[in-house]
Design a protein. Sequence first.
Length: 458
Amino acid sequence: MAGGQRVRNTHFHHRSRSFKNALILKDILLAQFVIVRHNASAITLSAGVSAGVNKMAIIKKLTDKAVKALSEPGRHSDGGNLYLQITKTGAKSWLFVYRWGSKQKEMGLGPLLSVSLADAREEADKARKALAKGVDPMAARKAVRDAAQDKPDFGPFAEQVVSDLESQWRNEKHRAQWKYTLKEYGKAIWDMPVDQIDTEAVLSVLKPIWQTIPETASRVRGRIEKVLDAAAAKGLRQGVNPARWRGHLDHLLPKRQKLTRGHHAAMPYDQVSDFVADLRTREAVSACALEFLILCASRSGEVLVMTWDEADLENRVWAIPADRMKAGREHRVPLTDRALAILKKVKPLQGADKSYVFPGRGGRALSVMSLTMQMRRMAQGNVTPHGFRSAFRDWAGEVSTFPREIAEAALAHTVGDATERAYRRGDALEKRRLMMDSWAQYIEPKSADRNVVELRKA
């Protein structure tokens, strides 16, 4: 009996050990699906991973507290192929480790300082979903980044759109206006990638001009919409066009029938002299720019981005490049004595050779609203800077004896048909010089006791 009992006991213990070994083996086999084995040189993923994802893995093993407390160098699993990597120096970062084909790949998800545990889990979840669809997560991420880098900025893309469309526009002036208005009024979005332009960006372009020059503002909006539509058609952006009027901007901007129609509100020409007298008492770069605009009968955009290399002080000429002119042609402006005096006054503000003549903060060009705000500070908000061109034209027609075509040339307006312009190749610079001198004398303040302040740097 004793011998038999010993046999049975031995058999029982043998079966017990076999059962325990089986359990251990089971645990080991299961562990191959849920852990990564560490060795001195590499991490080996088990063969039980399907398409690089461990379907049986336990995820969310780590906690924020544990992540903060861990300090041992190595890789600490959160499950689901996500690891917190700690270097010998103590730096912590996230890794998504997976198998793609016969290769083991490691995708960095960023340092712990900028990527939280929750963020890392979210990125790991995206990677697992990509693998489930048969897509390599690293290749997919690279494609997204490459696509983002390939998005052109609004400015160059707008120029390309205009170039593509201009063959269908018979009117040369229409082509020039497209280029001019987009570049002149679209400065706020000119250097933005086309896929990043949103409603706020479009409003930053339109709001400063929506009430003051409504006709132009409406055209600018439509042209921005056209450019962004072209970007969408080429797959460069998605979603609602932020420049769309109906059902979008019409909820954010006053409707056209509520805006002032017609020409820019202008100051009567016989009141300009008193306004200039007041303007000269103002201590601001914008005040100098506004008087210069009045003397030259120029547009705001032409003056605000004027650079020193455009001014030939010796020959008393300001040459405005064609790409800044509404008609798309270079325009030479004869400089009067007072205009030269203003340039001399702002000369100490000069930076590089191509710096702005009338600089704003940080050496940048004055904002498109700077001249309007200057007038509002002088209680002249009922008229616009552009209206001084109308005042000049009214003076030329009603007071001066200069021919109509000289006045139109001074305003850089196109006069006559194409044949007439072909025969008249000159720009009547010297005749216009006499006219601008006469205009400068007319608007010169009559009172000799006006105080003129010195310009101070901003």
